[in-house]
Design a protein around this ligand. Structure first.
Ligand code: OXD
Ligand code: MN
Length: 585
C-alpha cells in the first residue's frame, strides 16, 4: 500500500520485536472494516447491538483494572529531564526504549498487527498531520476509524518521503504493573503497552494531538490545545467562533453542543459544534488565529448524557457508535447508563459483565464509560468542520468549577493578562470524586496532564504567540458553578450559558459594556440578557461579585503553584500576579 521506505522499515522493525502472527494494513474500506467487526464479534471483543434501535453500534468492555487514563504511568521522554518539566513524569529515552522493548518482545504472538494510517485534521490540509498506529487490538482499529480519518488515502497523501508520527500499541497481558504510556517528542514516537482503554490506546488523541503536537507547536510556532471549538450564529447569519478550555467534569462536551434557550432560537441564534476536545491553532494570513479540530469523532463520557443535558451528543450516538463499559440491556439489546433516563433496565449486565440488579445501589455503567461517535452524526455539526483552513477564533474562554471565587464571567485586560488567567486556572473537587471536597486543583489551560514539555516554556510560548498574532482573540474566564451559602448553584448553566457567550462575542465586537475590577473586565448586571429567565438582578449581581479576601487567598494559591513551575516561569506572569495583588489592595 505504500512505498514510504521509512514507514516500511519501521513496521518491519516493530514486527521483529512484537512478533505478530500476521500484519494487516488498514485500507479504510467498508469491506475490510466489516471483516474486522465480524472477527471481533466472533471472539466476544465487541457485541453487536439492536440493529433497529442502534444500527451499526457495538458494546465493548475493558478489563476491570483498565478503565481510565493512567497519569502516573504516562512519561515524557526528552533527552534532558528539565525539558519535560516539573509537571510531567520523565524517563531517559534510551532507558525507556530499553524497558519497553522488553515488554513488547513477542507481545503480539498469536495476534495480528494492524497498521493504521491516520490523519489528524482533514486529509491533505496544510494544518493536518499524519500518524501511523500499530496495534494488536481490533477495538483500537474500529475506534480510530471513528475518531480520525484513516486508510489508503492517508498513505497516498503521505507519499514516498512524507513524515509521520509513530505509535506502537500492544495490549500485551493488560498487566497494570507494566502499563506505560510513553512519549518521545524528539523522535515523534508514542509507545503504549498493557492497556486497552481508549485514552491510553487511541494514540491520535491525547498522546499525539496534545502531548506530541504541543511539543511540535512550540517548535513550529503554533498551538495544540485542550479546547472545544464552537460557532455562534446570530440572527444576521454571522458566525463567531470561540475556543474554550475546561478541566474535566466542567461540561465541555455540553458547551460544545449547546442548544440556545427558546427565546434565542426564536430570534434566530444557533450554536454549531466544530469540536469538543482538541483545537490546533495557527496564525492565518489575515492575522487572525485559526482553529482546526484534528479529530473526526467524539470520545465522550456516557453517564449524565441525556435528552435533557445534551440532546445533540445523545443523537450523535444513535448509530455507528462504540459504547465502552456501559450497561447492556438484555431485553432489547441496547445500552444504558446512569443519568440517561429514570428507567434502568431490569434484565441487564453491568460494565463488568455481571448480572446487574439496578435496585442494589451499585452503578451499572462505569463512571468513565464512553461513547465513540462520528462527529458527522452530530445534529449541530458545523459546516466548517471539514474545512482545511479551519475557523477564525474571536474569543478564547478558560473556565473552572469554583464555588465562590470566580465570577460568572470576566474578560482579561489584554493577551498577557489572559495568559496569566489561563495559567492560574483551577477547579474545586466535587463530591462525585473520591477525596476531600472543595480542594482547589490547578490545571493551567486544562493542559496539566497533556502538555508535552516544560509548563514554564509552554506559558512562554503562549506569551510569544500573542506578540505574533496581529488580530488576537480576546481572552475570557467563565464559572458556571458558583453557589449560594447553602451550596445551590446560582446559574442555570446548559443552554443559558448562551447568555454569557453573547456578552463575550459582543465584547469582541466592541458592542457590550463592562466594569473594570481588580481581576478583569466584568459585565454590568444589565449587560447580561436575563429575558425569559427566572432570575433577578440581585442574584446576577451576586454571580458577578468579586470578593477581594477570597482573591487574596487565590493569589497565594497561584504563587505556590508558580513556585512549583520554578525558574522557567516567564517573568511576565510573576509581574501579572504582583499587579493583581496590588489591585486587590
Ligand atoms: C478526555 C479527558 O477524555 O480530558 O477528553 O480526560
Ligand atoms: Mn479531554
Amino acid at each position: 500500500m505504500t512505498n514510504n521506505k521509512a514507514l516500511l522499515q519501521w513496521v518491519a522493525d516493530m514486527q521483529a520485536i512484537t512478533k505478530p502472527d500476521s500484519v494487516l494494513w488498514i485500507d479504510g474500506t467498508e469491506a475490510q472494516l466489516n471483516e474486522l467487526r465480524a472477527q471481533a464479534t466472533a471472539t466476544g471483543e465487541i457485541i453487536p447491538l439492536n440493529e433497529e434501535k442502534l444500527p451499526g453500534c457495538y458494546l465493548h468492555r475493558t478489563a476491570v483494572n483498565d478503565v481510565a487514563r493512567v497519569e502516573d504511568r504516562t512519561f515524557i521522554c526528552t533527552s534532558r529531564k528539565e525539558d519535560a518539566g516539573p509537571t510531567n513524569n520523565w524517563m531517559a529515552p534510551a532507558d525507556c526504549y530499553d524497558m519497553l522493548y522488553k515488554l513488547y518482545d513477542g507481545a503480539m504472538t498469536g495476534r495480528t498487527m494492524y497498521v493504521i494510517p491516520y490523519s489528524m485534521g482533514p486529509i491533505g490540509s496544510p494544518f493536518s498531520k499524519i500518524g501511523i498506529e500499530l496495534t494488536d487490538s481490533i477495538y483500537v482499529v474500529l475506534n480510530m476509524q471513528i475518531m480520525t480519518r484513516i486508510g489508503k488515502e492517508v498513505l497516498d497523501t503521505l507519499g514516498e518521503n512524507g513524515e509521520f508520527i509513530k505509535g506502537l500499541h500492544s495490549k500485551a497481558q493488560l498487566d497494570e504493573s507494566k502499563r506505560y504510556i510513553c512519549h518521545f517528542p524528539e523522535d515523534n514516537t508514542i509507545m503504549s503497552v498493557n492497556s486497552g482503554y481508549g485514552g491510553n490506546v487511541l494514540l491520535g488523541k491525547k498522546c499525539f494531538a496534545l502531548r506530541i503536537a504541543s511539543h511540535l507547536g512550540h517548535r513550529e510556532g503554533w498551538m495544540a490545545e485542550h479546547m472545544l471549538i464552537l460557532g455562534l450564529e446570530n440572527p444576521q447569519g454571522e458566525v463567531h467562533y470561540i475556543a474554550a478550555a475546561f478541566p474535566s467534569a466542567c461540561g465541555k462536551t455540553n458547551l460544545a453542543m449547546l442548544i440556545p434557550p427558546e427565546l434565542y432560537r426564536e430570534k434566530g441564534y444557533k450554536v454549531w459544534c466544530v469540536g469538543d476536545d482538541i483545537a490546533w491553532l495557527r496564525i492565518g494570513e489575515d492575522g487572525r488565529l485559526w482553529a482546526v479540530n484534528p479529530e473526526n469523532g467524539f470520545f465522550g463520557v456516557a453517564p449524565g448524557t441525556s435528552v435533557k443535558s445534551n440532546p445533540n451528543a445523545l443523537a450523535s450516538t444513535r448509530a455507528n457508535t462504540i459504547f465502552t463499559n456501559v450497561v447492556h440491556n438484555l431485553d432489547d439489546n441496547t445500552v444504558w447508563w446512569e443519568g440517561l433516563d429514570k428507567n434502568p433496565p431490569k434484565n441487564a449486565v453491568n460494565w463488568k459483565g455481571e448480572p446487574w440488579d439496578c435496585t442494589d445501589g451499585s452503578k451499572g455503567a462505569h463512571p468513565n464509560s464512553r461513547f465513540t461517535a462520528p462527529a458527522a452524526q452530530c445534529p449541530c455539526i458545523s459546516d466548517q468542520f471539514d474545512s482545511p483552513k479551519g475557523v477564525p477564533i474571536s474569543a478564547i474562554v478558560f473556565g473552572g468549577r469554583r464555588a465562590k471565587t470566580a465570577p460568572l464571567v470576566f474578560q482579561s485586560f489584554n493577551w498577557q493578562h489572559g495568559v496569566f488567567v489561563g495559567s492560574a486556572m483551577a477547579s474545586e473537587t466535587t463530591a462525585a470524586a473520591t477525596g476531600a471536597v472543595g480542594v482547589v486543583r490547578r490545571d493551567p489551560m486544562a493542559m496539566l496532564p497533556f502538555c508535552g514539555y516544560h509548563m514554564g516554556d509552554y506559558f512562554a510560548h503562549w506569551l510569544e504567540m500573542g506578540k505574533r498574532i496581529p488580530n488576537a482573540p480576546k481572552i475570557f474566564h467563565v464559572n458556571w458553578f458558583r453557589t449560594d451559602d447553602e451550596g445551590h448553584f446560582l446559574w442555570p448553566g446548559f443552554g443559558d450559558n448562551m447568555r454569557v457567550l453573547e456578552w463575550i462575542i459582543d465584547r469582541c465586537e466592541g458592542k457590550a459594556g463592562a466594569d473594570e475590577t481588580a481581576i478583569g473586565w466584568l459585565p454590568k448586571p444589565e449587560d447580561i440578557d436575563l429575558e425569559a429567565l427566572d432570575m433577578d438582578l440581585d442574584t446576577l449581581r451576586g454571580l458577578l461579585s468579586v470578593d477581594k479576601d477570597l482573591w487574596k487567598e487565590e493569589s497565594e494559591g497561584i504563587a505556590s503553584f508558580y513556585a512549583k513551575i520554578g525558574d522557567r516561569l516567564p517573568a511576565q506572569l510573576r509581574e501579572e500576579l504582583e499587579a493583581l495583588k496590588a489591585r486587590l489592595n
